[in-house]
Ligand binder design. Structure first.
Ligand code: ZN
Length: 569
């Protein structure tokens, strides 16, 4: 075997603290040590969107939650394969497309792009693979064949013995059914004792959907579900005969009749296709536990394949204590939320609460996120400026600091190993991705960084040597690198993509987004002050000339009772 043929010893790339990661598992109702199936690698499958309408923050909260899990695994040194599917055919897509006079794929592609834009805007890393259900019909047909051959599925036939297109999973043939969500307590030797976690208990009380009942594929009102052909009420559709209203383009011929996929089969087919044996984690929103994930687990195992070793579910967003649903209107669609606040602030609001906790969305949530942004960006800018050797004058960055902003490069930030991050941050993240503890650790480092900044601004104390200032500078640099690496782990480094625009290569460019805004603000504020003075002195020609010059540069001025504000046109 040559060196090139030798398998990569992934363990050597891993942080020592990777062995201390503990994650919750829905099936066992317990937090346990995470051990990958293949050393050094992690395979994750997360149920993605049904692309029938615009994304709302409930969808994006789940995406941010699993993005944070993925980023922590990457920081621990794992090679992560992250799969998130797109459900591009289902009853809702077909019905809504028909109502709107669209082709079903036209609607699906349109909303798929909206989801992608929302993920990108909020800094959710693109998946390694993003398969569409309609691209995997042959995989689904093969899988259904295996389930039937293994005696766990049955084809419904008409009076002539011809297959109708309806195929059901035979729940009675699968005694393990219910092992994920414990909907039925078997009490068998392998059952895990212990009370269900609070989030799961709430989910069971509130019903299984982010959206209103019957309004999505996981809680459907469908003819196939109510079919008298089912052997058992618990049986669920693997393949569905077409409804009379289904267009010809939404029908596939199979050995068990013409039709289209059932509600759960796509995820079993695609997780197996892209992860195979390396199926460490299956994620999704809490509302998908039952029936979607319970059915998925049964299908996959009944086909003789490995199901996920661990199941993780993110809780949902509540507004005034109630589960978010479409009945609350469009105010919580991603574009509506982003019209009010910056994407960074929205990501922070969505991502700074542990994934298993309900997230209450309110003015207070956003106010806290804005205040966090102020404290974080203020420290990063001041620390960068101080490190660039620039004095701070009245809190405004001098020109030198813009040219060389004193920031560690993005490469440096992403290269920091979890082993080198503050212990309280690592402990929190290893404790089932406890992001609120992790955020507290970031602010602890910022506080000590601010103390160092104050000491540097005060200059060397009498009688001290330059050596102590050098030590303080070194400590400040370490604190800045640490803060940015911790933020990056949460997808919140303000100088990284997507917050810093297209700048992604090198420190000066990476800092440009924040620094440029600051520089512009300084220059424009000066012009606005001059304009205010001119108006006060009734020199309206001068005031107008200043406004026109700003307008010509693409800057819009708004006059209000608190003075004038600016924005880029
Ligand atoms: Zn799924």
């Amino acid at each position: 075997m040559t060196d090139a043929e030798k398998p990569l010893d992934s363990n050597s790339l891993q942080a020592h603290v990777a062995t201390e990661l503990r994650l919750y598992d829905t099936a066992s109702h317990a937090v346990s040590r995470f051990v990958p199936i293949v050393a050094g690698k992690v395979g994750i499958y997360v149920c993605g969107a049904t692309v029938q309408s615009s994304p709302h923050i409930g969808h994006i909260r789940a995406a941010v939650a699993f993005d944070t899990v993925r980023r922590w695994l990457l920081r621990l040194g794992y090679d992560v394969t992250f799969v998130r599917n797109v459900t591009d055919i289902d009853d809702k897509i077909l019905d809504k497309a028909a109502a709107a006079g669209q082709q079903w794929w036209e609607r699906a592609y349109f909303y798929e792009r909206e989801f992608t834009q929302a993920y990108d805007a909020l800094g959710v890393l693109p998946p390694t693979y993003e398969p569409r259900a309609t691209g995997h019909v042959s995989d689904m047909v093969e899988l259904i064949g295996r389930i039937i051959d293994n005696g766990h599925g049955y084809v419904v036939r008409d009076e002539q013995g011809e297959p109708t297109g309806n195929v059901y999973f035979d729940v009675a043939s699968w005694p393990q059914y219910g092992e994920l969500t414990h909907q039925k307590q078997s009490g068998g030797a392998n059952s895990v004792a212990g009370a269900p976690d609070e989030a799961a208990a709430v989910a069971d009380r509130m019903g299984p959907s982010v959206d209103a009942a019957g309004d999505d594929k996981y809680n459907p009102v469908d003819l196939a579900d109510a079919s008298p052909d089912k052997h058992d009420v618990r049986d669920f559709a693997l393949w569905k005969a077409p409804k009379p209203s289904d267009p010809q383009t939404a029908r596939w011929s199979t050995p068990f009749g013409t039709g289209r996929p059932g509600w759960h089969i796509e995820c079993s087919a695609m997780s197996h296709r892209y992860l195979g044996r390396m199926f460490d984690i299956h994620g999704g929103g809490l509302d998908l536990r039952f029936p979607h994930h319970e059915n998925e687990m049964a299908q996959t195992k009944a086909a003789g394949w490995n199901s996920a070793a661990r199941w993780m579910h993110s809780a949902w967003v509540t507004a005034k204590g109630e589960k978010m649903s479409k009945s609350l209107g469009n105010g919580l669609s991603v574009p509506a939320v982003l019209a009010q606040d910056s994407p960074w602030v929205v990501r922070y609001a969505l991502g700074s609460v542990q994934y298993r906790s309900m997230l209450e969305w309110s003015d207070q949530t956003l106010a806290e996120a804005r205040s966090a942004f102020e404290r974080i960006s203020n420290f990063i800018e001041r620390a960068g400026a101080a490190l660039a050797g620039t004095a701070l004058a009245d809190g405004i960055l001098a020109t030198d600091a813009l040219a060389s902003n004193g920031q560690p490069s993005l490469e440096e930030v992403t290269a920091v190993s979890a082993d080198d991050l503050p212990a309280d941050f690592v402990t929190a993240m290893n404790d089932d991705i406890n992001v609120s503890g992790a955020v507290a650790a970031i602010f602890t480092t910022i506080r000590s960084g601010n103390t160092l900044l104050a000491a540097l601004a005060a200059g060397p104390a009498k009688g001290s040597t330059t050596g102590s200032t050098t030590a303080e500078t070194e400590n400040l640099r370490a604190a800045l690198l640490s803060v940015r690496a911790m933020l990056d782990t949460l997808g919140l480094d303000p100088l990284a993509e997507p917050w810093a625009g297209d700048a992604g290569n090198g420190s000066a460019a990476a800092g440009a987004g924040v620094s440029e805004h600051k520089a512009l603000d300084t220059l424009i504020t000066e012009q606005l002050d001059a304009r205010a003075q001119a108006r006060k002195a009734k020199d309206f020609a001068k005031a107008d000339a200043i406004r026109d010059a700003l307008n010509a540069a693409g800057i819009t001025i708004e006059d209000g009772p608190q003075g004038s504000t600016w924005s880029l046109a």
